[in-house]
Design a protein around this ligand. Structure first.
Ligand SMILES: [Zn+2]
Ligand SMILES: [Zn+2]
Length: 439
């Protein structure tokens, strides 16, 4: 039994951590978000996976990705070709975004795991481990090699009708790299790394204390939760203006969260119009030039009978951005007016929008692959278009908007309204449970 205090990252409800059976996950009593998974005694499995991932990453970056043969001419591209093509053709924003999401962030993720897990496995210390693990939390959502692979498959589907395309060693390396990184993330709960790195946090004080803290509103609650490592710190303790574990600033709630989230969402809505009006790429095939928008790209796939890929692209590029914008708008609005409505469901919706938004990058990756590979002048060539820039902007702005929003505000605002309606003694039912969490 550890008896550590932990707070839910999505609703800030305090729990007392308890040991749970191996392989199970503990969920928040109030909002149902996952809190932690069963304790891991060993770090060697994720470490081995990280080393494997690093070797696969090296192969993926040093060998050809695809070879494209048409009319006796052959073109070969690598993982980095798309970045260079975007840069040369005057799309520096796309070049930077593709470089960050398909190369820099995945490499950082893999190396950070090796740098932190290797010393932990041998009970050693290396300088900067905590800082690195903190930066990793920020970088993690931007590592999108899995989305890149789907973009690669879409590009392949589009090409195979016109030319001979041969997958190179890098293609197979990426196919193996994605499950390796996925497995690494599954076998490692970042919270356990935090525990091995630094102070383990406040231990469980008195049953009455957690009860008062859970029923306290923003202004009276003295226990704060670090946004980065989720450590519970006491705000009465002056030393804890910065988190003692990860060194990040500890705020009660993310500063100006709602207004920043709104601003970014509105910018995304505005950019969504050019993203769909302007072509994401211009395709020249046997002397004929055609502009492709996101929607025409999908209908082309349907026309070619490529239903599975058409459904994937339609979902990732059209459904996900629209639904994400609508749902985030609803979550923000409900928070702004302090709607007490279905809070659990709203928290779940927010968590899902946070997870799925990145999949909309599929089309941007597809353009980067096609533009780098198909460069046979009038016979066949692909040029990126402004639509891709705007679309990439929409994906990034909605992701930043969801990150800027603090989901705990939903519970604060609804709680304030409930308290007003119920009078001064209006407490939530079930608050202040001494017991931990069901697994
Ligand atoms: Zn919760
Ligand atoms: Zn922290």
């Amino acid at each position: 039994m550890s008896h550590r205090l932990i707070a839910c990252e999505h609703c800030d409800y305090l729990h007392v951590e308890e040991d749970i059976p191996a392989g199970s996950v503990a969920y928040c009593r109030r909002c149902g978000s996952p809190l932690y998974s069963a304790a891991q005694a060993r770090f060697d499995k994720p470490l081995a996976l990280a080393v494997t991932a690093f070797l696969l990453f090296l192969i993926a970056n040093s060998y050809p990705l695809l070879t494209f043969a048409m009319e006796g001419r052959v073109e070969t591209n690598t993982l980095g070709s798309g970045v260079l093509t975007f840069w040369r053709e005057g799309f520096p924003f796309l070049a930077i975004m593709v470089a960050v999401t398909s190369m820099i962030a995945p490499l950082f993720l893999i190396l950070a795991h090796i740098y932190v897990l290797l010393p932990i496995t041998f009970n050693r210390r290396m300088p900067g481990m905590q800082q690195l693990w903190r930066i990793l939390a920020m970088i993690r959502p931007w590592s999108m090699l899995d989305v890149f692979l789907i973009g690669l498959l879409v590009a392949l589907t589009k090409l195979t009708d016109y030319a001979e395309v041969i997958a190179g060693p890098a293609f197979f390396a990426i196919c193996c790299l994605i499950p390796t990184v996925l497995l690494m993330n599954i076998t490692l709960d970042p919270r356990y790394v935090w525990r091995r790195l630094a102070p383990t946090g406040l231990s469980y004080p008195e049953a009455t204390d957690i009860k008062t803290q859970n029923s306290a509103d923003q202004s009276t609650r003295t226990l704060l939760t670090c946004h980065t490592c989720a450590m519970v710190v006491d705000s009465r303790d002056k030393e804890h203006a910065r988190c003692p574990r990860c060194g990040d600033m500890v705020h009660h709630r993310k500063p100006r969260s709602l207004s920043r989230a709104w601003a970014l969402l509105v910018a995304a809505v505005i950019l969504y119009i050019p993203a769909n009006v302007f072509p994401i790429m211009t395709v020249t095939y046997l002397g004929r030039t055609e502009a492709d928008t996101i929607l025409s790209g999908v209908s082309e796939l349907v026309g070619a009978g490529e239903w599975p890929i058409a459904i994937v692209v339609f979902t990732a590029s059209i459904l996900v951005p629209i639904i994400k914008i609508i749902l985030l708008g609803w979550v923000y609005l409900a928070t702004a007016i302090g709607l007490a409505g279905p809070l659990k469901e709203r928290t779940l919706i927010y968590r899902i929008t946070e997870l799925v938004g990145r999949w909309s990058m599929v089309d941007v990756f597809m353009v980067s692959i096609l533009a780098a590979l198909v460069k046979l002048g009038n016979i066949a060539s692909v040029q990126p278009g402004f639509g891709a820039v705007a679309f990439c902007g929409v994906v990034i702005l909605t992701m930043l908007s969801a990150m800027a929003f603090d989901p705990r505000l939903m519970w604060d605002r609804a709680g304030m309204k409930n308290a007003k309606q119920a009078g001064p003694d209006g407490n939530d039912q079930g608050r202040g449970d001494k017991q931990g969490v069901p697994s």
